[in-house]
Design a protein around this ligand. Sequence first.
Ligand code: HEM
Ligand code: HEM
Length: 179
Amino acid sequence: MKEFKVWDPFVRVFHWSLVAGFAANAFFTDDESALHEWIGYAVLALVALRLLWGLIGPATARFASFLPGPHAVMGQITDIATHRHRTHLGHSPLGALMIVNLLATMIAIGVTGYMMTTNAFWGVDWVEEAHEMLVTWAEVSVVVHIAAVVWESRRTGVNLARAMITGRKRLPEDVNIAS
Ligand code: HEM
Ligand code: HEM
């Protein structure tokens, strides 16, 4: 096994705080309570900090280092289709697309949530429906995200969830690293 440091403490704390905040508001808080609004704003603040970190943070946290082009996306799909034993040290291209989706959806949920508290949009049906639909979209995305983490961990032999806790990826000797 070779070990590589990949996720800095900020990325890890951000990730698990986002999981807790999202889950709390989607399943546990009373959605008419002040607590729901505060947790929602905390989620928005976390995402804002993550966007900043994506510009100034260390290499594996930077958007410039992991936002993929079509070539990289096709490369990972080809790996999966042809059983090529290859992994990525940072986020994989398909993983990166999911991350963009999750971050954008969190922002849209926060914005529609805030809109419901304003005089202009209070009681406006489409805003409430949009908030609800976006939460459903996020839930479906999270299920796919978790399934993909489990699938990619088994395919590449790298325990990705563990790396999001410890910050280190342990790679089997026989796996190639995609550039
Ligand atoms: C509400 C649920 C979740 C949300 C909103 C979410 C969101 C995210 C986001 C935004 C990232 C990007 C991290 C960054 O670079 O800042 C990420 C990565 C990741 N998440 Fe989650 N996540 C959720 C649940 C989970 C769970 C339950 C697991 C464990 C199985 C997990 C495992 C991972 C892993 C391993 C990565 C890194 C993927 C890679 O290696 O490229 N996530 N997640
Ligand atoms: C992670 C972020 C958030 C999640 C997961 C979330 C989730 C939810 C869910 C599941 C509902 C119930 C929808 C329904 O079945 O009618 C809801 C309603 C609502 N949310 Fe959020 N929310 C978030 C952020 C926010 C924010 C930031 C605000 C405002 C500052 C907010 C304000 C509201 C309001 C006013 C309602 C409607 C309450 C009513 O029924 O009148 N939410 N939210």
